[in-house]
Design a protein around this ligand. Structure first.
Ligand SMILES: [Zn+2]
Ligand SMILES: [Zn+2]
Length: 318
């Protein structure tokens, strides 16, 4: 675990309780926290994020997509804790198996175990059930290559669609994703660099008729604090990495931002706040265009997910 930040410092005592030995030094504020105070503060920040942006209602039916990775399991655990204060709300977990050989096995086991401990319903589904093919089949048959799409792109788009499909079946009123501060800033930058025309805020609640809003309660949580929290809470890190992981532009931006934020601490917050102030000034269309096949919002006639599913199915037939 990354405790480098406290090396070489006179440790002193925790800035919060003034008693215990700090294990974490928050560079941008100069605060040193012991393990107990760090965990408390971590949950408090998520609570503040939820209320600052109005992410949930008291009677929401919340779906969390768990992947078996630490980020989504941390989110599930924290929302479980927070939702205890809202007895009319419900929390459900969804696990989507893309069918990447044995990659998901550890994740499946961990997700089931944590859902069982927290007594949260875990709904499992797969690309095979929903689309009739697995991601493994799409890659091995050479279809991904034929479509000139890298597996991560296909997986991301189809996971998103799968999650919405299941959330609808479960009559969810909101979907919570585990995107952290780092993830969101990366995506904003990526969208800018790719010249994305329809820039929208990510992970904020936007009520549009018949669309399940997606919110990111960890949007103010830095990735490194999430990793430390997972470690302290004994939430396992996925030991296998996805064999198809390859998103070179995002990787480069991630590396750049990590270094930059280390050197100029607080940069990620500064970027997020400024960028969202600018986004807030861009008028969003009142009318939402919908996919002719699935009815989900899209800027095209047929959404990208439906288009990909149709192409894959027709190539699989031939
Ligand atoms: Zn303390
Ligand atoms: Zn569609």
């Amino acid at each position: 675990m990354d405790t480098r930040s406290v090396k070489g410092l006179s440790l002193g005592t925790c800035s919060s309780c003034g008693k215990r030995t700090p294990i974490y030094f928050r560079r941008y504020s100069g605060v040193k926290l012991c393990s107990t105070c760090f965990k408390e503060d971590f949950v408090k920040r998520v609570r503040r994020t939820i209320s600052r942006y109005g992410l949930f209602r008291y009677d929401d039916r919340i779906v969390v997509a768990v992947s078996g990775g630490k980020d989504s399991l941390v989110l599930l655990k924290i929302l479980y804790e927070i939702e205890q204060d809202f007895p009319k709300s419900e929390l459900l977990a969804v696990l989507i198996d893309e069918g990447i050989d044995s990659y998901r096995l550890d994740g499946l086991r961990t997700s089931r175990e944590i859902a069982r401990i927290l007594n949260i319903e875990l709904h499992e589904t797969s690309f095979k059930d929903l689309y009739g093919f697995t991601l493994g089949e799409v890659v091995k048959s050479g279809i991904a290559e034929k479509l000139k799409l890298n597996p991560c792109t296909i997986c991301g788009i189809l996971r998103r669609k799968a999650l919405v499909t299941v959330a609808r079946k479960l009559r969810a009123t909101v979907i919570a994703t585990a995107h952290t501060l780092d993830d969101i800033v990366q995506t904003y930058l990526l969208n800018l660099l790719r010249g994305e025309k329809n820039l929208r805020p990510i992970g904020l609640r936007r009520e549009v008729e018949n669309i399940i809003p997606r919110v990111a309660p960890l949007r103010l949580t830095p990735q490194r604090e999430l990793a430390l929290y997972a470690y302290l809470e004994g939430i396992p890190f996925q030991s296998r990495t996805c064999p198809y992981t390859h998103e070179s532009m995002r990787d480069e931006i991630r590396n750049f931002l990590t270094l930059y934020d280390y050197k100029y601490t607080g940069s990620l917050y500064a970027f997020l706040n400024m960028f969202e102030r600018i986004l807030g000034k861009i008028p969003q269309p009142a009318e939402v265009n919908r996919c002719e096949i699935c009815g989900e919002p899209t800027d095209r006639r047929i959404c990208r997910a439906c288009e990909i599913v149709l192409s894959i199915r027709s190539l699989l037939k031939n």
